[in-house]
Design a binder for this molecule. Structure first.
Ligand code: SF4
Length: 109
């Protein structure tokens, strides 16, 4: 193999490697936490009383009530970004847009 051909192959492989990093880098980064979905079940920051209040409202992460979920509730605080969980005006802690509790109230336009 002559020197020119060897040099060309080396630079080509470098370019292929860079393309691979840019194509797959996003998924690697996301699997490492860069685009990680929020854990809206983590109640570790809440006190026992705060957890009890959530239970009293019978909050569930996934609503079983047709047409009723936190995202269309008047008391829902939508997350600032997709990396955050939503919240509720009635109690502390994370709330999912698919969630539900007994105080659901249709969001007014
Ligand atoms: Fe969700 Fe209930 Fe809060 Fe409405 S009141 S946002 S349904 S937890």
């Amino acid at each position: 193999m002559n020197e020119n051909r060897r040099s060309f192959l080396k630079s080509s492989m470098g370019a292929v490697a860079l393309v691979g990093i840019s194509v797959f880098g996003g998924s690697i980064i996301s699997s490492c936490g860069g685009e990680k979905a929020p854990d809206c079940n983590d109640l570790s920051a809440l006190t026992a009383d705060e957890k009890k209040l959530r239970e009293n409202y019978k909050y569930v992460v996934n609503s079983k009530e047709a047409g009723k979920q936190c995202s269309n509730c008047q008391l829902y605080n939508a997350p600032a970004t997709e990396k955050d969980c939503g919240g509720c005006q009635l109690f502390k802690g994370p709330v999912t847009k698919e969630g539900y509790c007994i105080s659901w109230a249709l969001k007014q336009a």
